[in-house]
Design a protein around this ligand. Structure first.
Ligand code: ADP
Ligand code: ADP
Length: 227
């Protein structure tokens, strides 16, 4: 686990006159679940990608614990991302998809087996471990993507609209599952969505972005208070 601190963070893309993200200050406590909301184009993905170390930071700094994100090697970054498009390897079984990152990291067979088994149990994927992704439903694929993140036991999760490709009913049940997992794992999380119910259900605190700037930060009921 780790806290994340964003100090005066900004990003201006090369060739662009306007900042995509500007002056963002957020302290994310150890184990806190933060949801980023705001209209399309307000900078949510850019901010998430900067925290992931996938995008350069052009203003301010982002720290994971005490360390600057942009000074960490990818292998040290210790952050797991879950995307809307799953990004599963089609030719690999569910088991191998989940094990892949750990294998790359050189974990022992025993550790890999134990972690994959544990994640499969949590996510109710045990019957599907030998299947290929194409033989799974959308919800099952999304659970595999989460399993792949969980087995790494990262110090933080980053979610980029992970449920937006699912139908409405599945979104509700996956929302509940993510909430349960969060309670159980207590991993610091930063979650991007444009779904208000998702935001309300999951967030310890909401961050509302507008035009690349933080407009509001607070508990869901403070932010979505009836006018
Ligand atoms: P959101 O995730 O909230 O929809 P983004 O972070 O994707 O917002 O985009 C924020 C702003 O940055 C938008 O104006 C978008 O057009 C711009 N932007 C995003 N990615 C790039 C890029 N690779 N190059 C230039 N501009 C970009
Ligand atoms: P690891 O699981 O150890 O991160 P990967 O092969 O998944 O190894 O990561 C390769 C590169 O992709 C790294 O440089 C990392 O920054 C980036 N990365 C890590 N996780 C993801 C992800 N889920 N999707 C896209 N890129 C990622």
């Amino acid at each position: 686990m780790a806290h994340l601190s964003l100090t005066n963070v900004g990003k201006t893309y090369g060739g662009s006159a306007q900042a995509a993200v500007a002056d963002v200050n957020i302290e994310i406590r150890d184990g806190e679940f933060i949801v980023l909301v705001g209209p399309s184009g307000c900078g949510k993905s850019t901010l998430l990608r900067m925290v992931a170390g996938l995008e350069t930071i052009t203003q301010g700094e982002i720290r994971i614990g005490e360390r600057l994100v942009n000074q960490l090697d990818p292998a040290e970054r210790d952050i797991a991302m879950v995307f809307q498009n799953y990004a599963l390897y089609p030719h690999m079984s569910v088991r191998d998809n989940m094990a892949y990152g750990l294998k790359n990291r050189g974990e022992s067979k025993a550790v890999i087996e134990e972690r994959v088994a544990e994640a499969a149990r949590m996510l109710e994927l045990r019957p599907y471990l030998n299947r290929k992704p194409r033989a799974l439903s959308g919800g099952q694929r999304q659970r595999v993507a989460m399993g792949r993140a969980i087995v790494r036991q990262p110090s933080a999760f980053l979610f980029d609209e992970p449920l937006s490709n699912l139908d409405a009913k599945l979104r509700v049940s996956m929302r509940m599952e993510i909430r349960k997992l969060q309670k159980r794992l207590g991993t610091t999380s930063l979650y991007v969505t444009h779904d208000q119910l998702e935001a309300m259900t999951l967030a310890d605190r909401l961050v509302v972005l507008n035009g690349g700037r933080v407009e509001q930060i607070g508990a869901p009921l403070e932010v979505y208070r009836a006018p």
